[in-house]
Design a protein around this ligand. Structure first.
Ligand SMILES: [Mg+2]
Length: 327
């Protein structure tokens, strides 16, 4: 099969281009065979890529603007977890058919988040096939100052941003496995469909956090990646993990809520570790960013994650509770 594009496909990419930001460091953007950007000296270039497949990563009937927002958000979240400042993005869009309205709405959602974070879309490709969106995002950190998963040390405090579990509850609502009052349902589904990548937090954590990861697959699993990469264990207080008011009302049963908060994915919050001597700086960052940052545990000698409740009693891994919740 050839790679010839029809006119409508060029129009799609053009719509997407104008929806995003122009940046002074883009020498050649969409319109030539490849983009040329000006990479700065004394900075490391940070690259992230993520693919969203309809009915695997989002329900196919999801509003196209939400898909556009989320496709960029999940990548900006990965850059945030590295402490990187986003700059450019490229996009590969596979569509079952030429649907001008779907693309216009997709561009609106993508563009709204791109403008918020000063991201220029510098390249794009469209093909025919099952609905799939791949975005690659590029950003910068000062040389050698990226946040890695491997830096956690015994004695560090474990923090999480925001209120984990909301997106998992939103998914349960969309899939009709959970009911909530209309206002709570809207708030929880919005957390699923339009996650706010914690870009400013990632930047503020450079020189403060010893390790960081974004919560895409669930707090317990993602923190587990930090522990494995750092060769340490952690003790985590499940009662310390903050829950939104909407989540507490929608899932009043404590263990079911903990299961969503620890095993539910798609939050795109940051989980990070901070040496005890720098832990006080986290409160100042929270105040400046007006973002909830909560200490939920401690890095310990050993391997893996041990859970306890506020009374100090060991708690089983939440996986069983999550399965039970799935019904
Ligand atoms: Mg990640």
């Amino acid at each position: 099969m050839g790679r010839r594009k029809d006119r409508s496909e060029f129009a799609l990419i053009e719509q997407l281009r104008v929806s995003a930001r122009a940046r002074g460091d883009v020498r050649v953007g969409i319109g030539d065979d490849a983009a040329i950007v000006r990479a700065a000296r004394h900075r490391d270039l940070v690259l992230a890529i993520d693919t969203l497949v309809a009915d695997v990563h989002f329900p196919a009937r999801t509003d196209a603007a939400a898909v556009g927002w989320k496709a960029l958000a999940v990548n900006l979240s990965d850059l945030a977890a590295m402490g990187a400042e986003p700059a450019w993005a490229t996009l590969a869009l596979t569509l079952p058919r030429g649907d001008a309205r779907w693309v216009r709405d997709f561009a609106r959602g993508f563009g709204a988040l791109a403008r918020r974070h000063d991201v220029a879309l510098v390249g794009g490709d469209t093909t025919r096939g099952p609905l799939t969106v791949t975005v690659q995002a590029h950003g910068f950190v000062p040389r050698g100052r990226a946040l890695l998963r491997s830096g956690a040390r015994v004695g560090d405090r474990v923090f999480v941003s925001g209120t984990p579990g909301d997106a998992a509850a939103g998914l349960a609502i969309v899939q009709r496995r959970l009911r909530a009052a209309a206002r709570d349902a809207r708030a929880l589904v919005a957390r699923l469909e339009r996650p706010a990548p914690r870009v400013a937090l990632g930047l503020a954590l450079r020189g403060v956090a010893s390790a960081a990861i974004d919560v895409s697959d669930g707090l317990a699993q993602d923190l587990g990646h930090v522990l494995a990469a750092s060769g340490v264990g952690a003790r985590l207080d499940v009662d310390a993990v903050p829950a939104s008011a909407a989540l507490r009302r929608a899932v009043p049963e404590r263990r079911a809520r903990h299961a969503l908060q620890l095993a539910g994915g798609d939050d795109y919050e940051l989980c990070f570790t901070v040496p005890a001597r720098r832990a006080a700086r986290v409160a100042a960052i929270a105040a400046k960013l007006r973002l909830k940052l909560t200490a939920i545990g401690t890095i310990v000698v050993g391997r893996g994650l041990r859970l306890h409740d506020a009374a100090g009693h060991e708690v089983a891994s939440p996986t069983g509770g999550w399965d039970h919740f799935r019904s």
